[in-house]
Ligand binder design. Structure first.
Ligand code: ADP
Ligand code: MG
Length: 161
């Protein structure tokens, strides 16, 4: 995928209430505008990278890009699980992400346990891969140095690469 690494940011919106949080794996959803701006060569599936909420610390993340059931699977959704324990939810805040690499395509699971196990293995792979020097250096990218301001908030979206 030639578009990687891909940087984008947007406001965290409510998802489809699939109960990701109940599974212990909350996923922060991006608005449609951010999803619509994805380059054409970004396939659906699981990605790893870096994430930051507003002007907070930069954490490792895993992201799922999939088909959005609300739009009869004609539109994509982007859901980010930040590998960090937050004290509070962060709906309405600005999530900045650097998508760094691809883990696997979307797939079906026979049971909830199988799905949870797959996500945990994705998280382990993300943690390992992001420790490689070429990926660690993306944490230092200027993209994460730009403070998220009132301007960014009112724009709601800023895609770049
Ligand atoms: P929704 O269907 O609204 O996306 P989820 O159960 O997936 O609900 O929970 C997602 C919300 O949980 C995020 O929007 C965010 O506010 C909060 N949250 C708390 N911790 C995390 C985390 N580590 N990663 C992602 N979201 C988190
Ligand atoms: Mg979610």
């Amino acid at each position: 995928m030639r578009s990687l690494p891909y940087f984008c940011r947007g406001e965290v919106v409510h998802g489809f209430g699939r109960g990701s949080k109940e599974l212990g794996i909350p996923t922060a959803n991006f608005p449609e505008s951010v999803v619509d701006s994805l380059p054409a060569d970004i396939n659906t599936g699981i990605y790893y990278g870096w994430a930051r909420v507003d002007n907070g610390d930069i954490h490792k993340m895993v992201m799922s890009i999939g088909w959005n059931p609300y739009y009869k699977n004609t539109k994509k959704s982007m859901e980010t699980h930040v590998i960090h324990t937050f004290k509070e939810d962060f709906y309405g805040q600005i999530l900045s992400v650097a998508m760094v690499g691809y883990i696997r395509p979307e797939r079906g699971f026979k049971s909830l346990d199988e799905l949870i196990a797959a996500i945990h293995s994705d998280i382990e792979e993300a943690k390992r891969k992001l420790d490689l020097p070429e990926h660690l250096k993306l944490k230092e990218d200027n993209f994460f140095k730009t403070p998220v301001s009132t301007t960014t908030r009112s724009d709601k979206i800023m895609n770049g690469h």
